[in-house]
Design a protein around this ligand. Sequence first.
Ligand SMILES: O=C(O)CCC(=O)C(=O)O
Ligand SMILES: [Fe+2]
Length: 191
Amino acid sequence: KEDLNWRGPKKEVAAGSSSAAIQLNHYPACPDPDRAMGLAPHTDSTLLTILHQSNTSGLQVLRDDGTRWVTVPPIRGGLVVHIGDLLHILSNGLCPSVVHRAVVNRDRNRISIAYLHGPPSNVRISPVQKLVGPSQPPLYRAVTWNEYLGTKAKHFNKALSSVRLCAAAPINGLVDAKDQNNNNNNAVKVG
Ligand SMILES: O=C(O)CCC(=O)C(=O)O
Ligand SMILES: [Fe+2]
């Protein structure tokens, strides 16, 4: 119960309802999949994304050490939950957003449905008080979802770095691995 109160004064939350969007993705079969990318590497600009993929695989997540793409096989009746950049900010980097991409298939069409879940538009997201202190400073400045989408459109996969307050790696090993990985990705996806 206490943890549910982290998100702040009830009044602020009650003033707006949470925002969400559905994104439908269609990846036609591609005769030369090694030369095409379905969806370039990116993190989602959400709190959470809930993804349904059709029975053709294509979703891949980047391992935390940035060395390898791992395929997330579709599981019948299963949903994939991605942590988005806003939850990354809210948790002060403790729950890092996941870099992922979609590759295309030589013979089969693929469809995925993403439910993009974000905060109410009036709510500014910043690291929760409980996770910051003298030994662990807030790593990100406060942003609303709209503001962050604007930042993402401008800075693409460097958006998280651009709202970051401390450039240096913090104590406790909370290194913002995504920022580092993203420096290697020139992806252009806002989602
Ligand atoms: O098609 C997929 O598996 C990934 C979709 C995705 O990452 C997105 O819509 O943001
Ligand atoms: Fe995504």
